[in-house]
Design a protein around this ligand. Structure first.
Ligand SMILES: CC(C)(COP(=O)(O)OP(=O)(O)OC[C@H]1O[C@@H](n2cnc3c(N)ncnc32)[C@H](O)[C@@H]1OP(=O)(O)O)[C@@H](O)C(=O)NCCC(=O)NCCS
Length: 218
């Protein structure tokens, strides 16, 4: 069984960035491949991936699948050629977070990208859901089909939740396309509650307790 691992996104690895953008497009249509919908993939990636990597690189983690088939060979043997680390195991998924959605939206609006100023303003405004007051952080999570259903999604969410709780962020929200039945099932299984539903969006939230140093759950 190939081995899935979680590690921080590496801003110095061009391969990490490329993989995140690729996965964003391949899962961008209610969880399915959005390649055919976007002649310019940046319509998706400049909204849902690149700004997180640029503006909040410390809140991004990737899931990798051991290239060697799970025997540990080739794993974590990162080379450093001086031009940035190279990671051997392919990135098959990610979680991208913004700990403070209000602040992130403001920074996004001023972040230069392929989007027009009007598109940027509209997307920033769309981030400002009322839920952000009780659930200030938000996330995006995506895994390639071959990495789905093996616990990586749960592990990525837990990694982000642990870091947010450590920073005393009181809650986390996200938005799902109501057509995305798999994601709707997933979020309720990993601790989120459905807060609100409109014809084209379901908002989920999870409150985060304060970190309790020295106390292990269970
Ligand atoms: C949704 C997604 C992030 C879930 O990650 P995952 O690694 O596949 O899920 P996990 O294996 O960690 O599953 C965690 C729990 O959710 C449940 N779950 C996950 N996917 C499910 C699905 N499609 N249908 C029903 N339940 C599902 C699992 O059964 C598991 O429940 P349990 O632990 O209580 O038994 C992943 O499938 C994915 O990236 N899908 C495509 C992109 C996408 O839809 N992203 C979300 C956009 S909002």
């Amino acid at each position: 069984v190939p081995e899935l691992r979680i590690r921080p996104f590496d801003p110095d690895a061009a391969s990490d960035r490329a993989a995140v953008l690729d996965i964003c497009v391949k899962t961008g249509d209610a969880g399915g491949d959005a390649t055919a919908l976007h002649p310019d993939p940046r319509a998706l990636t400049d909204r849902y991936a690149t700004p997180y990597l640029e503006l909040e690189p410390g809140w991004a983690w990737v899931a990798t699948l051991a290239a060697g088939g799970g025997d540990g060979s080739g794993r974590d043997e990162d080379r450093d050629d001086g031009g940035g680390a190279e990671h051997l195991d392919p990135v098959v998924g990610y979680v991208l977070g913004a700990p403070d959605t209000t602040a992130f939206a403001a920074r996004f609006a001023g972040w230069p990208s392929s989007l027009t100023p009007e598109e940027r303003t509209a997307h920033a405004a769309a981030m400002l859901l009322p839920e952000r007051h009780d659930y200030p952080a938000h996330l995006h999570i995506d895994l390639l089909p071959r990495a789905q259903g093996r616990g990586a999604g749960r592990a990525l969410v837990q990694t982000l939740v642990d870091q947010l709780a450590e920073r005393n962020v009181p809650g986390l929200h996200l938005v799902v396309d109501p057509r995305n039945q798999g994601a709707l099932a997933f979020y309720t299984r990993v601790g989120f509650t459905e807060l609100r539903r409109t014809p084209d969006a379901v908002v989920f939230g999870r409150r985060l307790g304060p970190a309790t140093p020295g106390v292990e759950p269970g």
